[in-house]
Design a protein around this ligand. Sequence first.
Ligand code: AHR
Length: 335
Amino acid sequence: MLNRRNFLTAAVGVAAAGGLAACAKEDDSSSSSSSEGGSKAITLGFSQVGSESGWRSANTDSVKEAAKEAGYTLKFSDAQQKQENQISAIRSFIAQKVDVIAFSPVVVTGWDAVLKEAKAKKIPVVLTDRSVETSDESLFVTLVGSDFTDEGRRAAKILEKVLEKAGHKGPVKIAQLEGTTGAAPAIERAKGFKEVMDADHKDDWKIVVSQTGDFTRAGGKQVMAAFLQSNPDIDVLFAHNDDMGIGAIQAIEAAGKKPGKDILIVTVDGVKDGFVAMSEGKINAIVECNPLLGPQLMEVVKKVKDGETVERWIKTKESDFMQDQAKEALPTRKY
Ligand code: AHR
């Protein structure tokens, strides 16, 4: 995975060649216009994680719109949250001799073999949103996406403010709804949050339950209901995304408690539905994770195709929001 220490730069060359078979849901959106600067039109193969959350839908729309705008031919494949589908899609892109492959890896490990196949055919790979763990850093060119560890730290720091605002005194029992097991945002958000907890709240904060809700609303609801059974005295919920937080709100209300009051809630993402829940007083704070990566991705793809040097990690700019900012911010939210 990428970290602050390996902010390298990478230069790339390009070509193409043949390969294997496909799986998953694929669609082709083509555009007739060619890209600027005299280079021939670009064919981009993009393997998306799935459609598990509002964030993901906004990300998919952003990628599709930006590819159209740039005049690229986009081969889009939805992996439905399965790594084997992503591997098949990448193999299909290799077989189709696309110019560049981009993908948002469902989990961090298990990519070396297929990335080596792409490298052997000289097709550059750009990661978007999520990173991978690999034995060979040359297997991908760059990552366009957020710093998830920092999002976890920011969640813990904003929780301090939430607790202060709520006048909470004494020990804090925290429930954590984790993202998809093995996915970079699940691993890194938990890590960043724990870092701040260990450094500044060793004696007063405790994660009493932590389990995956797979980044979905249904998962959040189901797991939160179980949390409330085993730990009815939870003070705080840290949900790794808005959708799980919204599912959890339903479970909290079904248990006769008030979300945002009886249980303080901090989530990550900042999708519209999250802001609606926050403006209704049901979420106390949101750490933003920006899904609108399409335009940056298209820029990088062109540079990579043209053999230009790009940064090893192109980070997204994000903000944090407290409940009292929700009503004002809601009308201007773009996703
Ligand atoms: O990788 C980004 C995460 O994936 C988002 O926070 C979550 O909503 C999505 O499913």
